[in-house]
Ligand binder design. Sequence first.
Ligand SMILES: [Zn+2]
Ligand SMILES: [Zn+2]
Length: 324
Amino acid sequence: MSWISHATPIATGAITCVIGSLESSLHHIGVIQHSHVLALWLFFAGCGVLQLCLSFLICTPIERIWPLTSWAERNPIVADVTYAFFVRLVLFPLIAFFEYDWLRQQLDGFFLAHSMKPPSLLALVPALASWPLLVFFINFATLDLSDYWRHRLSHRYGWWYGVHSVHHAEDQMTFWSDERSHVLEDTITYLWLIAVGLLIGVPSLQFPFVILGFRFVGSLAHSNTSISYGWLGDHIFISPRFHRTHHALKAAGRRSCNFGTALSWWDITFNTAKFRDNTIETGDAGAEPAMVSGSWGAQQAAGFRRMVRLARRARKAHATKAIS
Ligand SMILES: [Zn+2]
Ligand SMILES: [Zn+2]
C-alpha cells in the first residue's frame, strides 16, 4: 500500500506490527473478510481514542486543581462527548486515513502515468530524506498555517460563520469543547486540509498523526484552567489563555483574533495575535439557546438555521450596497 512506501522505516515497522496483530486477533475470533481494512480502521480509531484519553488524563486534573472559572449550574456535556467520540471513531479513520490515502494513491498514479514526480517536500529538497522528524514538523506547520487561514476566513463570511458559530456558542468552555463543531464545518475543514496535504505531498501515514497533533493541542487550548505556558510557550503553541481570547463574547464573528490551531506563529506573523487579555466568559450572544446547550441534533439544526440567516443577511447587505 502507498502509506508503507511513504513512511519512515521505524514507524512502518511499528505500525505494521500493530496492524498485523490486530488482523491476527480478528482472524482468531472468526472475522476473515475485510480483516485488513477492519484492522486499519481499529488502529486509527484506537490512536484517536488514545489521544482523547491522554488529553482527558492531562486536562481533567488541571481543570480541577487550577480552574479559571466555575459555574453554579453545569450545562450537560453529553453533546460535547458525543462529538469527541464520533470524530475519533468514525470521521478520523474514514477521512484522515482511508479517504486521504485513496486520494494520495490516485494523485500519485496520475503523476506517474504522466512520467512526473508527485508534489512533495522531499522531491523539492531531497536532502530532507534523512530528517523524517523535521519533514513531519514542516508538514505539521504548513497544514497549521493553512488551517489558520481556513479559520480566519470562516469568521469573514456570514454563512461560514453561521456554521462555525456552533463552536463559539459554548459558554462553559472546557477541553471537551474542542470537537464541538457543525458537520458541515468538519467537512470543509477536512477537505481543506486534505487538499493542502496532497498539494505539499504529506504522506498517507503522516496525515492522520498531524490531525491528532492538532486535536491534542486543541483540547489543551480549550481547557478551563488558569495555568499558562509562559511567555515562550505562548509564543509557540496555542495556549488555553490565548484561545480563550478567541472565544470571548466580544470576539464572536468578524471582530475575532487568535485564529491559530496549534502554533501561535501565524497570528503573530499576520498581526491577529492578542496576548494581553484576561477573558473568562466565552460564548456568542447571537447564538440561539439550542446551539448553546441543546442536544447534538439541536445544535446541528441551529447551526444550519444560522448559516441560512447570515447568508441571507449578507446577500441583502450586498444588494443594498450595489443599489446605493
Ligand atoms: Zn473561531
Ligand atoms: Zn475553539
